[in-house]
Write a protein that binds this ligand. Sequence first.
Ligand code: G1P
Length: 294
Amino acid sequence: MINKCLFPAAGYGTRFLPATKSMPKEMMPVVNKPLIEYGVEEALQAGMESMCIVTGRGKHTLMDHFDKNYELEHQIEGTNKEVLLDDIRRTIESAQFTFIRQREMKGLGHAILTGRELIGNEPFAVVLADDLCVNHEGDGVLQQMVKLYKQFRCSIVAVEEVPLTETHKYGVIDGQCIREDLYRVTNMVEKPESGTEPSNLAIIGRYILTPDIFEFIEDTEAGKGGEIQITDALLRQAEQGCVIAYKFKGQRFDCGSVEGYMEATNHCYKNVYLKDKDIVIKQERTEKEVEPAC
Ligand code: G1P
């Protein structure tokens, strides 16, 4: 139903300088996996197979990461290191990757419009890789949103409640509550000045967009920070049709900030990395146990 996922990944990641001086911020590792790989895995889990990445200058390692590395693979073939490539190999085999360059940095709306060539005329998801989302209890956040899309057939933004002191960092919505976790959007403001926020419901980096959003973006003038904001285009779409805001189940880490990145690292170390390692060790033990004793 939704087959394509767009990853705007042309930004500079200045908050992580000097680490991001020559390395894309999307390649920052959370434990042993780059941020963008978590996003791609979430999209795959939601049934998407086409990953459309909007890149910029100096981002070629993003392309290399989702490609084979014959030399390295040859070197570790048959060793116990090979297992470390299992996840990325599976990801590369399960998805198609396409890339387009955003030549000018004119905001998230502009980045999404740049991806139009890769998306065409179908509904699609957007993942901002520096928001790392996990839900250990069930469906990933994108999958939850895909299920909702089947019901509503309109654009959907994921939101979470944040302290009022934080709203200035986000797109913030106002809406009519239609279910405990759903709002029909009536207003949306990008990074509101303190005291002017319409609510404490902040948009996080997960969207499902219907393709008419491209026309709304084309008609959107530069807004906050002189950039073309997806929030402004979505407000027009909400006014002329319907946009749903969804309070997702799970946890989201703002890996665009050092604090959020550290929290994500600790969380994934305990809840993903150590658990996976435990499974591998148990598997190895079981394999040894069933080996014929000859
Ligand atoms: C972007 C969006 C903003 C959204 C945020 C989520 O802002 O413009 O509406 O709330 O992502 O992470 P950025 O963080 O790129 O400044």
